[in-house]
Design a protein around this ligand. Structure first.
Ligand SMILES: Cc1ncc(COP(=O)(O)O)c(C=O)c1O
Length: 389
């Protein structure tokens, strides 16, 4: 019998079903889900509107090349137009965040007619060769080099570094406004302003990767709206499909005009099911005012975490924006993640020492208080075990 080749640590639990902000294991134990499949189920598991849209589409047509037009694709475009600035005249759908990043890098090289791509320490853009080449974590790169040439990294939030390396040979800068996998590191206003300015001065493109931050999670539809900047290329993934595997690359007309037929393609990209999922997810985002809910609930969760945990000797920092929150510890987070799971709360790690919370937008006050209580208990337990050892 085949074994599944896994690259994420096994959580030692068999999950049977999910609904909204909860999942259940085979023993019917209920978990509050602040993991959400690495942030995918931000609209809640099996969001009924998304599920209905997918079922409707399944009953019509499942697969169709983008060579052929489809009503559902047009409907999706109409919806997506409502949530991006009008400068983004084009969008293309792909199947994962990494794939979208690879395409964005290709667009940048071809459109700018330059090769150099700048990325940041601790960034995470994915694991395909292109995306890995701009991922600033040696752990993921080791064993796979040489990667794509002329990719250069700078320290995150290092304004001088940006001024030093972004020059007339630069095709693009790729940036996460909050580093997710890297440890919930938030870009400073100044840093982002200088990157944008510098890109404009030298004619480089700004690619903002919102695979994790996008689609309402940080309290605005897009995290770039907190910074008052406009990216040239915007990448979305995870939450945009409400659980269906899909990513999106939005770009300005002047960039699309520099691309030719055959420059890119994907068998599954833009398939009718993905379009149905994105369309319905966008409707939920708008109709339920998801970003506002993420803002209010995120602020509440963050402030309760700070109040309850900040004094602990195990805590270095608690930070985040909207429903993207990191608890930086003075130790590795594994025991705390395990303890939370054993107590019915699913969370994940970020960087080496951060416990990351990516709750869905529909968590309620009870979930928030209960989640904070579990984390408090687990952090205390970890502290006591450290003292006794
Ligand atoms: C910011 C960011 N970009 C890209 C990716 C890669 O996405 P995927 O795993 O769907 O390829 C991730 C995944 O966590 C991410 O957080």
């Amino acid at each position: 019998m085949l074994k599944y080749l896994k690259f994420y640590k096994d959580r030692d639990v068999i999950i049977k079903k999910a609904r909204d902000q909860y999942v259940w294991d085979v023993n019917d134990t209920k978990y509050l889900d602040f993991h959400t499949g690495h942030g995918v189920a931000f609209l809640g598991h099996r969001n009924p509107h998304v599920v209905n849209s997918l079922i409707n589409q399944l009953n019509k047509i499942m697969t169709l090349s983008t060579s052929f037009r489809a009503k559902i694709r047009e409907e999706m475009l109409e919806l997506l137009s409502k949530i991006v600035p009008s400068e983004f005249e084009y969008v293309t759908l792909l199947n994962s965040g990494s794939e979208a990043v690879d395409f964005a890098l290709k667009i940048a090289r071809k459109a700018a007619g330059r090769k150099k791509i700048i990325y940041f320490h601790n960034s995470f853009h994915g694991r395909t060769f292109g995306a890995l080449s701009v991922t600033g974590n040696p752990r993921y790169r080791r064993g796979f080099e040489p990667l794509v040439p002329e990719t250069l990294s700078v320290k995150y939030n290092d304004v001088d570094g940006v001024e030093r390396v972004v020059d007339e040979n630069t095709a693009a800068v790729i940036l996460e406004l909050i580093q997710g996998e890297g440890g919930i590191n938030i870009a400073s206003l100044d840093f982002v302003k200088v990157i944008k300015q510098r890109c404009m001065e030298v004619g480089a493109l700004l690619i903002i990767d919102e695979v994790q931050t996008g689609f309402g999670r940080t309290g605005k539809i897009w995290a770039f709206q907190h910074y008052n900047i406009l990216p040239d290329i915007l990448i979305s993934g995870k939450a945009i499909g409400g659980g269906f595997p899909v990513s999106a690359v939005f770009l300005h007309g002047f960039l699309a005009n520099k691309l030719d037929p055959g420059d890119h393609g994907s068998t599954y990209g833009g398939n009718p099911l993905a379009c149905a999922a994105v369309k319905a997810s966008t409707e939920v985002l708008i109709d339920k005012n998801v970003p506002e809910q993420a803002k209010v609930k995120g602020a509440k969760l963050l402030s309760m975490l700070k109040k309850r945990l900040s004094d602990s000797r195990l805590i270095r920092d608690i930070r985040g924006l909207g429903l993207m929150i990191g608890i930086e510890l003075r130790t590795k987070p594994q025991n705390i993640i395990r303890c939370a799971q054993d107590n019915g709360l699913l969370i994940l790690k970020a960087g080496l020492t951060v416990a990351r919370l990516l709750p869905p937008y529909l968590i309620n006050d009870e979930d928030i208080s209960w989640g904070v209580e579990v984390l408090d208990r687990c952090i205390n337990e970890e502290l006591s075990s450290k003292i006794t050892n």
